[in-house]
Design a protein around this ligand. Sequence first.
Ligand code: AMP
Ligand code: GLY
Length: 422
Amino acid sequence: MMKIMVIGSGGREHAVIKKLKENPEVTEIFALPGNGGMEGDAVCVNIGAKDIPAQVKFALENKIDYAVVTPDDPLVLGAVDELEKAGVPCFGPNKKAAIIEGSKVFSKNLMKKYGIPTAKYEVFSDPEKALEYIKTAPIPTVVKADGLALGKGVIIAETREDAENAVKSIMEEKVFGESGAQIVIEEFLEGPEVSVLSFTDGKTVVPMVSSMDHKRALDGDKGLNTGGMGTVAPNPYYTNEVAKECMEKIFLPTVRAMNEEGRTFKGCLYFGLMITKDGPKVIEYNCRFGDPETQVVLPLLKSDLFTVMKAVTQEKLSEVPVEFSRDSAACVIMASDGYPGKYKTGFEITLDEETKKHVFFAGAKKENGVLKTGGGRVLGVTETAKDLKSALEKAYEDVQKIAFKNAYYRKDIGARALKAEE
Ligand code: AMP
Ligand code: GLY
């Protein structure tokens, strides 16, 4: 009998919950706050992902046995520290370790200190100095706010003027608030991107199956950056050779570096990589499962997720099997038209029970028993199959069986991966 609480409300959290449910020991799952589409898989509790005192209170009052802290905000704010202090074992890094995502200045300096391959960069806390630097910086250049900025704190500047505007909006107009008190200006890298999520207990690091995100809103990788419009796994650019190099030059050195710094990382460490002509380099670290990466990665996990998570918490990861299927997975995100800009919500979502098995809900809510849209990314549809082409076909067939007004999805998820496979 195990009572688990999962903090967060998106498709990623739904994927985690569905996987945890496979363990017969797990008798109850609470989602804080969860979303209306999770009904049947978890009990949603109206406590926000950042309301740490309320989370601790809930855990104690309900005798929660284990907590999974999934989103970046509560991790960076120290939810794991507070829950553990109250005696609740957790999956997720503590505040000291979550800084690897919480501060880009920290992560860039870490990589420089330990020789982990990444884009060359400069750090600025004075806008005048940043503007001076941009006058001679190689273009395109990349301007990043130091702190969390809802995934929007990265600006790829194609011209010097764009770079200047980025500095001004982040440092002077403070469009990302205090996240922009410091900035990183870095070298523009080119090459295919690969996401690698890993389990680590600070001693062992076990990479999960690789994946490919589709960040732009429109087909052909055009339009605005989003949280992610679809994913496929495995990522064809992540060959065995690249994987070996990443393990030696990036994964193990990062875990060791965090130990050296007295910031042992336990949880899911996400490596956002770019496979450049000079080898794989780190674009970003995340201190958590990626979304929608998790929606393709966890369905391929053959081992029991709860067992693996507990092993991470107890620093016994080397003692449990972590196996992935050799199949492929594809996830297509259905969003509210207009996302990531303005969009309307409150439209009824219809789908049959069979299709629902393949859906992870995100921006969904229940109103008087009716399931309705309630956010930008409404849901993700994931299918697995022997090969990527079949997984994609099945996922797009499912999409046809799901209806809501103003539904928008990309028609070309996986197209680039299929081409690369050839
Ligand atoms: P991040 O929020 O750090 O994941 O950055 C968002 C996206 O910006 C990444 O997925 C990349 O596509 C792109 N990006 C970030 N840093 C660089 C870089 N140094 N060179 C080229 N593209 C980058
Ligand atoms: N899909 C990218 C992320 O979760 O940060």
